[in-house]
Design a protein around this ligand. Structure first.
Ligand code: GLA
Length: 713
């Protein structure tokens, strides 16, 4: 099959100059999805089909062929293009024709299909890449554009992907919000014209809207029903998704780097590679689409995606900047007492000329504050070693306070306008990562700490400012900075990953300001939000779960919203990567015992919660309750989480039908992690019963919760 395709592609290219173009079909398939491209007899490449995979490959040719696969500016199309090049002679038109394609199997078992296009008049080349997997319905796609002209060209638009749809109606779900209010699901119908989701925040790109969306076709998809495409851009920088419905009711979706302020000059022979647009199609609603993403992420994308995750105690909300060595050693002891794997020291440990006693100064000076930590980080890693817990450390190496020695020495490393007043976001500025010297410096922050303190077992890598007042002392083309910043960041992270391949790192950005799948090739997890109120977290975790598996979502128990019990707060955090951000003084002895027991239960159930299939049963958006369950991959164990938020008086409580179980298997159901630490037998039922009838998991209690463990008999 593979060699046939290569022969066809050779023929296609070979015949072009002689007798016109032979038609070529290019199937890009996952187990259940097909994206079929066609090189037509005019040489142009069209999207023939995108949808459920057909049983008979020959029938794709019968489908109504769609629009050109990667539409260029300046030709006959009336709507938004994927590519816009201003050629050296001032002409703005590009016409791409088929120049061959091939498919190859990659080391991880995936298939890489390359479709080569070129402009015969200007000599520019465009390669469209698609990666598909043998066992998961995900397509990864990106584009490579090469300037084949004799002089530089300028690109106005350079999308990663363009997809076409023809459905009776379209509904878009975006995930927007703000600091401490991330990923609120908002659904809207699309009608004629454009809807754009984009961001211009640079370093902290996802602060207002996340780089992923759900597109329902025909009617709004439910959890288990409806056709839905879920897409995301792997790019820790400005992104843009454009949804445009044309005069015929057809929809195009263009995904890529936001070209805002980012015209790209390409020298002769230069190639620009876009980030990856990753998508999945589900004909069984959003739940299935999420599980497809979760499986793919754990197996193919996330750094150490197939490994478990550490529980931790973080001191941020316990102490903020107010700590010294004794206090920290006390907290390290508390980490041990709680039973977590690691103690994580947050912001406030560095700076001497400008000690970091608040967020107003010290950022950039990565040396321990002598009067807080007279014996350095070494005393803390040693204390952790003695207690048998790991030690993790907070850094924010891309940023600088103007009140710092780094700023005094390297003002030219800062992104700021040379001829205007400086503007500070959280009293800080962003370093210019387009500059290789700055990249060396940022790498050196991690490398220096790891060299001096090899026992550091984890970093929390923060990024608290967007890029504003954008100007680089290094760049020749100012319009390259947004993109080159991100590339500079990836250069640094590549070096960190190469030298410290086993080092887990949390991606953090003033809460969830960074949460994308390219970042997760380097980071093992991300901080979802600075908002740790458990009620808010139920919504935030629901939002992120649409695309990210539980093991990458850091969820901490804190003292936010003390009207919720410690049990409620812990139960919420147990649905993600569990951590604590408090001191034991904040808890009663009974509450401490509760947490200790919960950590043991979590460790026991990690294979189900972190590696299993997630089923969202009842949405917090739908009312006063919410429930989510996880089913182990072998179907023999499951965990159900149920939360009552603010039920109404005498509200009717329906049983909740479970999902993903084996109907023939009998499961014992136990309520575990009860307030007093005990567990309770809740009966035995077949999977059939549990999925058709369900369980009475909700109550009329306010801010109450329950966890049920199911085991196959
Ligand atoms: C950001 C992070 C917090 C904490 C602070 C420290 O806001 O999201 O978790 O690390 O920085 O300044």
């Amino acid at each position: 099959m593979k060699s046939n395709r290569i022969i066809i592609s050779f023929l296609g290219a070979g015949l072009a100059g002689l007798t016109g173009w032979a038609e070529v079909t290019i199937p890009i398939t996952t187990p259940n999805t097909a994206l079929v491209l066609k090189a037509a007899d005019n040489g142009r490449v069209y999207q023939q089909y995108l949808g459920k995979r057909l049983a008979n490959d020959d029938e794709y040719a019968k489908t109504r062929c769609g629009a050109e696969a990667y539409i260029t500016h300046g030709m006959e199309d009336y709507f938004e293009p994927a590519l816009h090049i201003n050629h050296a002679d001032g002409n703005q038109s590009t016409l791409l024709k088929y120049a061959g394609h091939n498919s190859e199997t990659q080391a991880d078992g995936s298939t890489l299909t390359t479709v080569r296009l070129s402009d015969e008049v200007y000599g520019d080349n465009v390669n469209l890449f698609y990666v598909t997997y043998p066992d998961v319905d995900i397509v990864k796609s990106w584009t490579e554009i090469t300037n084949g002209e004799k002089k530089p060209v300028e690109m106005e638009k350079y999308a990663s992907s363009m997809l076409h749809f023809n459905a009776p109606a379209y509904y878009l779900t975006q995930f927007n919000g703000d600091w401490a209010d991330e990923v609120n699901a908002t659904e809207l119908p699309l009608s004629f014209g454009k809807k754009v989701i984009d961001t211009k925040l640079g370093a902290r790109p996802n602060m207002f809207v996340s780089p992923f969306f759900q597109l329902s076709l025909g009617e709004p998809a439910g959890e288990d029903s409806g056709d839905v495409l879920v897409g995301t851009l792997g790019w820790t920088g400005n992104f843009r998704f454009t949804f445009e419905v044309d005069n015929d009711g057809r929809l195009r979706v263009i995904s890529g780097i936001n070209p805002y302020g980012s015209q790209r000059v390409m020298a002769k022979g230069e190639t620009f590679t876009t980030p990856e647009f990753i998508f999945t199609l589900s004909d069984k609603g959003r739940g299935q689409a999420s599980r497809q993403f979760h499986d793919w992420a754990r197996k193919y994308q996330v750094h150490k995606g197939d490994e478990s995750r550490m529980t931790l105690l973080n001191n941020w909300e316990a102490t903020y900047f107010d700590f010294d060595e004794d206090k920290l050693i006390g907290l390290i002891g508390e980490a041990k007492e709680l039973g977590v794997d690691m103690f994580l020291l947050d912001d406030g440990w560095f700076g001497n000329k400008y000690p970091r006693h608040s967020d107003t100064q010290g950022l950039g000076d990565w040396e321990e504050t002598a009067n807080k930590l007279p014996n350095g980080i070494g005393a803390l890693t040693e204390a952790a070693r003695k207690q048998g817990v790991k030690f993790g450390l907070w850094i924010e190496p891309e940023m600088v306070n103007p009140k710092s020695e780094l700023y005094e020495q390297h003002k030219d490393w800062v992104i700021t306008l040379p001829n205007r007043d400086e503007y500070y976001y959280r009293h800080q500025l962003v370093l210019d990562l387009s500059n290789p010297k700055v990249q060396d410096y940022v790498f050196g922050v991690v490398d220096g700490l790891m060299t001096k303190y090899p026992d550091i077992a984890f970093f929390k890598w923060d990024c608290n400012s967007p890029i504003t007042n954008i100007y680089s002392n290094y760049e020749k083309e100012q319009s390259h900075l947004y993109v080159d910043y991100v590339r500079g960041l990836y250069n640094v992270l590549d070096r960190v990953k190469a030298k410290y391949p086993d080092l887990p790192i949390m991606m953090c950005s003033g809460g969830g300001g960074r949460s994308d799948y390219e970042g997760l090739r380097y980071f093992t997890e991300f901080w979802c939000s600075d908002n740790t109120d458990p009620v808010e977290r139920l919504f935030i975790q629901w939002g992120y779960s649409q695309i990210f598996p539980s093991k990458v979502q850091c969820a901490h128990v804190t003292t936010w919203n003390k009207s919720a019990s410690v049990k409620f707060r812990t139960d919420v955090a147990m649905m993600g990567k569990l951590g604590f951000d408090l001191k034991l003084d904040d808890l009663t002895p009974d509450e401490i015992r509760y947490c200790q027991n919960a950590i043991k239960e979590y460790n026991r159930l990690k294979p189900v919660i972190l590696e299993g299939d997630q089923y969202r049963l009842v949405s917090p958006y739908s009312g006063n309750h919410t429930s989510t369950m996880y089913v182990g991959k072998d179907g023999r164990q499951a965990v159900v989480f149920a939360f009552d938020i603010f039920p109404r008086f005498k509200e009717n409580l329906a049983d909740v039908k479970l999902k993903g179980l084996d109907p023939k298997v009998v499961y014992t159901v136990r309520e575990i992690n009860r307030g007093d630490g005990s567990s309770r037998d809740a009966g035995s039922y077949t999977g059939d019963y549990l999925m058709k009838v369900g369980l009475p998991v909700f109550t009329l209690g306010k801010l109450t919760s329950r966890i049920y463990e199911l085991n196959a008999l």
